[in-house]
Design a binder for this molecule. Sequence first.
Ligand code: ADP
Length: 749
Amino acid sequence: MSNPQHIHNLAVLTSGGDAPGMNPAVRAVVRTALNHGLDVYAIYEGYKGMVEGGDKIKKMNWDSVGGMLFKGGTIIGSARCAEFRTREGRLQAAHNLIERGIDNLVVIGGDGSLTGANLFRKEWPELLAELVKKRKITKKVAEQHAHFNIVGLVGSIDNDMFGTDMTIGADTALHRITEAVDAITSTAASHQRSFVVEVMGRNCGYLALMSAVATGADWVLIPESPPNVENWEDKMCEVLKAGREAGRRDSIVIVAEGARDRNGKPISADYVKNVLHERLGEDTRVTILGHVQRGGSPSAFDRYMSTLLGHAAVEEILNSEPGGEPQLIGMRDNRVTHSPLMDCVAQTHGIADVIAAKDYEKAMDMRGGSFKEMFRTLRTLVRALPHPPTSGQRRLRLAVVNAGGPAAGMNTATRTAIRIGVDKGHIMFGVKNGFKGFINGDIEEMGWMSVAGWATMGGANLGTSRKIPHGSDLYAIARHIEEHQIEGLLVIGGWAGYQSAYTLRKERWNFPAFNIPIICLPATINNNLPGSEISIGSDTALNNIMVSVDKIKQSAVASQRCFVVEVMGRYCGYLALLSGLATGAERVYMHEEGVTLNDLKTDVENLIEGFEHGKRLGLIIRNEQVNKFYTTNFMCALFDQEGGDLFDVRQAILGHLQQGGDPTPFDRIQATRLAVKCVDYLIEQAETTGDDPGAAFIGLQSGKVKLTDLEDLPRMVVDELQRPKKQWWLNIRPIAKLMAQSGPNVGGA
Ligand code: ADP
């Protein structure tokens, strides 16, 4: 079995608890390795398979990882393995690997699995020496494999690991939790019931906190920050009772499984239920979400991130010094990064120790700034009623408008802005129907309860339009600003919103009414705005596209068919590229690259070649504006004609389903985060800058919230193409291309 020509082979395994996204990671590892000409093996059933050997260690080819992108769990299996904890077991594992020339390993698992891998790596020279001594391998073979290299990827739904902002599976778990809590909320509201929902997270409150933000839950209990008062039960009951009195029909409490009180005593979901029942007389039910949270098809983010991480893991192995410090590949600040593996494991254990030692302040510090900030924000948003304005406080009059096409998350952002503003003692207005409504004076004061339930709703309840004001519109808007004495404006929207805000900014010298702070929050499915790497709504659109394409692919299994799927984005290829990556499309057309007759000719030839060699399904994703002459119809007709009897072609224009749907957890969380900052900005500018207030757009840049001066808008965009000059995600293009290369049977897998 040993292969002297290919002495440095690579293996990948998944270990510990399974997590959605492990499959895309394995697929990326295998394809990247093959692309570099390496022999690559998948070890089935984690360390168990490594110890057992035989057919548990399988050589992979391009097609063996086809069709697994959309599957949840891990196809190559995971198992707990007691033998691997023994030296005898590890000796056997080393023998099995070296027989196949494997001395590189990508481990996808939690801290336990990564610790085990590191131990194995350190022991490797001794294990080989022992195998030589026992005459199981030759000295020469041992010398050829002197070093064992490992790279770690974190597969864990809890998001509990240092070294990565997100673990593989955490985003999907949030999807499952928010779906479940949204569903529970509607039944709870029908019967005016209370629900206590337990989510996973023994030492990590990430899932509990973020799902509480995303679902608009009324109370949350997390391990890192137990209630800071002894009689927290009274406090919780008081808030929930006040909520009922203010008109809330449901009460939802989210409890992390590791929740505890200040003294370290566990707080169970049942305990919370009894408290609510006894003290409030509430009809209370408990739902323990359990393994539902682990299940199901990975979200678009988990497919995309895992693909990038799997690719980076192989690159790391190829580029690192043999025997060097092993690395953990993670995603930090929206970029793939590597950090010393065992430092990350140690820090992860450190936080568990800090929690066990009841040093909760340190635990929250260790979780980092945005986690703490989110917890603070949540505590405001869950209030039944706002703090009353303080006496003598200057009460600002701030307006919120939605503008551009509808994008999921607009309501979440609007709710947060209204509540944060009102809680700080200010008077908040909602402008209806975008700038069209502004021109007509369609403006209303918004109270605390006017946005109840908006956190989870898709669409734009305020109404939105693509109208960009000009000429006499500006007089009308100026008049309404003056009439309502508006002192600050938050524009939640896309291209039209940004252009409108810019127009007001530019016309300040003409219209003194526009001399108010203005801030734009990026909300468009197209992700075509400057100053933000991601806009609110684009994650929801991406998931909508992905789910539809998964179904389209399923529909085609029985026939030899090529689908051309047209997605939105105007001139911005973000949705096309990322959905292509998430669904395994073999070809993505986007305006940034264009398409020529020669490209189409090559694509036809590739399709014919593929179908001639047994391919069953073709999948091509096309941005709506890629080329005005080579339309979707044209492309389909061309492929169909050239495909003859070999395959047929169908088009799927996804249309408006991309703009609808409930916002994803990511869109809800980021909408909340950005809206808080926007209101802070308006208040700060209104209170401090007098005659020359700022005007800016906010955004996520390298994972951080940043502001850009609105004046910079024109120089940052290509106006006629309605997209930013710099688009960071174009860097992903080569990886998407690599993954999509067709093996004979790959067929859009
Ligand atoms: P996770 O990787 O999700 O933290 P576990 O802690 O259960 O999950 O670890 C998974 C497997 O990794 C274990 O069943 C065992 O085979 C291996 N493993 C974990 N810790 C060690 C260790 N200290 N030494 C050797 N193997 C280990």
